[in-house]
Design a protein around this ligand. Sequence first.
Ligand SMILES: [Zn+2]
Ligand SMILES: [Zn+2]
Length: 801
Amino acid sequence: MFLTAGNDVFGFLEFGIYLVFGFWSLVFSLSVVARVTLEIALRKEFDYAIPPDLAPRIDVGTRVKVPFGPRQVNGVVTEVLEESTHTNLRPIAKIIGASSLVTPQVLKLARWIADYYCCAPEIALKSVLPDAVRKEDAHFKERLFVRVNPVRGAPPKLTKRQQDILNVIEEWRELPLQRLLTLTGATPVTIRKLEDKGLVAIAPQVDERDPYANEQILPTEPIVLNTEQATTLQRIKLAMARPQSAEARTFLLHGVTGSGKTEIYLQAIAHTLEQGKGAIVLVPEISLTPQTVERFKARFSSGPLRTLVAVLHSHLSAGERHDEWHKIRQGRARIVIGARSAIFAPVDPLGLIIVDEEHEHSYKQEESPRYHARDVAVVRGQMEGAVVVLGSATPSLESYHNAKRGKYELLELTTRVDDQKMPIVRVIDMRAEGRKQKGIPIFSNQLKEAITQRLERREQTILFLNRRGYSTSLQCPQCGYVAQCPNCSVSLTFHRRAAKLLCHICGHSANAPSVCPESKCRNAAIRYSGLGTEKVEDTLAKLFPHARITRMDSDTLKRKDDYRRILGDFRAGKIDVLVGTQMIAKGLHFPNVTLVGIIYADLSLHMPDFRAGERTFQLLTQVAGRAGRGDVEGEVFVQAFTPFHPAIQYARRHDFVGFYDQEIEFREQLKYPPLARIALLTLRGRNEDKVRLSAEHVRTELEKLLPERAPGILPGQAPRQMSDAPVRQTTEIRQDAGGTFIIAGPAPAPLARAETFYRYQIMLRARAMTKLSRAIAQMQATLALPDDVLMAVDIDPVNLA
Ligand SMILES: [Zn+2]
Ligand SMILES: [Zn+2]
């Protein structure tokens, strides 16, 4: 009580003082300084004076033009201050655009990204504000529209031709001029004459680009949930009702394939809308199919919760992106569905973020800023008090670990909807098949038999191999020549249709030789070995000449609508067997698919990556999940050369938890995520010596910022087989009260050369990232590298190549 009264008295006194002295200080403290992030690479923000006439319109997020040296550059206001430590501030020249395009919350998120991922603020800003919206000349497209004018008095006399054209306009009431000209074959002059007579008006009008304009969407109603689904939804709703500061508001929704996660998403979104808030739904780019988008649009296309659904992905034109963005900013679209970058959509207020297939690696951006959209989603959720739902049938070890230690709340769906059974998975030992069939076969006898059965029963089959092309390498048995990419340290893949050797890293293409290219050899018996989807398709066609076979990989998808067309044909039953890469692994729901064949399941096990087992488990589970989505039970054949590998065996039993338990033990022993965090520094340049020496220098500089060397023993093994290049092979532990740090390298990267650049890596590991990223940022600030050596910092990398 006393405290309150005291405060009141003080408040009163303060008010008196304000009356006397306050007026002038108020004038001066009227937001006079703006801190601005410039769109040029400076790793720094600058202060500018706000001219009084611009003051009312300047706020956090406002885009401005400011003087910088002799020129003017664009920037975004990130903070409005009462004073600056600098003197003689130059004034802001002008404001760009009518309104701030980024919310202060998203701006705060950009700052977090810059700090956490060790990147320059202007780079972080560019990712939260796409080019299409940031550019000074970005605007809505305007087109001339023709509209009927109500005529007063007697109608003017018209020629037959004029009357015909007028009839068309009347039928449409309003239409783009260009369209009218096409429809009627008239010239603009003719239309102008109608305008002169006062019958029509021609005026520019905003023509919003809608990438889904030509689609008919039938509204859908919420589906009745089963008990598991209903409980899950209830828990999400309860979290939404909790005050913002309350405990966990991030959920991990672990639901087996076909367990009806999407319906829960839809009903959770409806609940968010009822509360007057919006939602962001992230899906991997590859799953952002028209089918997916339609499901969301259909639910919210009518009824009291009617709202536009904005779609954001990388294939939008700049104009489409601009328009979608504005629909969101203006609050007309309160649901956003999109790939990675949609996490920055200016939804305000934000009530719910859904990250579907949260384990997907495509959520990680592979260029600066190297953010992980799932992790950014969790941070944004915390900042804006939104509930976050991470969904997957095969959660990442990181997320499941977070759920187990209580950082996230775990929700589980253990059964498929409509009592569908999980498919039966059979693992086939290809070593035994190889002995039976002489040589390494593509199809085991069992798989061949199963395909035959499906063809007879008019059911459909999906065959999966995560490698495109025909053969993976070209070798000369006589002289040992191997066709290598001249720019990268990988061998070239043979593409038979195109009769080319292609590099899957840089795209280098060469004609496939018919004899060994070595001038002294010229052996005609060169050998193609290894296997890709093209060879699977060809072999299949020979085995089943009457089957209708289609291949789907990035080689067969040349045009924008190829993907949609092939899936449409498959759905319509015009295809018996669909062969493809990971493109066919996700989210597709085809009731007539009763057989899935995985050609070489262990392909992804042999990657030089500690996540190889996890990736294999995820991929097998996801692909297997495509089978048996209708009334007939599904069957899956997994062909493997290491059939007893845990990743394969746990996938066979649909046992995620079992897989997690054994995998987490391995990660603990070797100090890998989720039990440690990784920062990966990759240096690249065309001169190998320079790159290596620069990497050595980086390590020396980093060592100064890390604690003293610890006398302990190295945990487990070195992160990977180091090459025999002349570099220090030192994995070292540093330890202090703040934790343990492990530093390894520099060593040549697994992909030692790519696109003519030599690559060296240093890997750092620590229990927590904060200290590590601070050390890296500090090192970066003073680091001087040669001009032709570049360094990429990747925090929490998913790609270690
Ligand atoms: Zn040769
Ligand atoms: Zn290459």
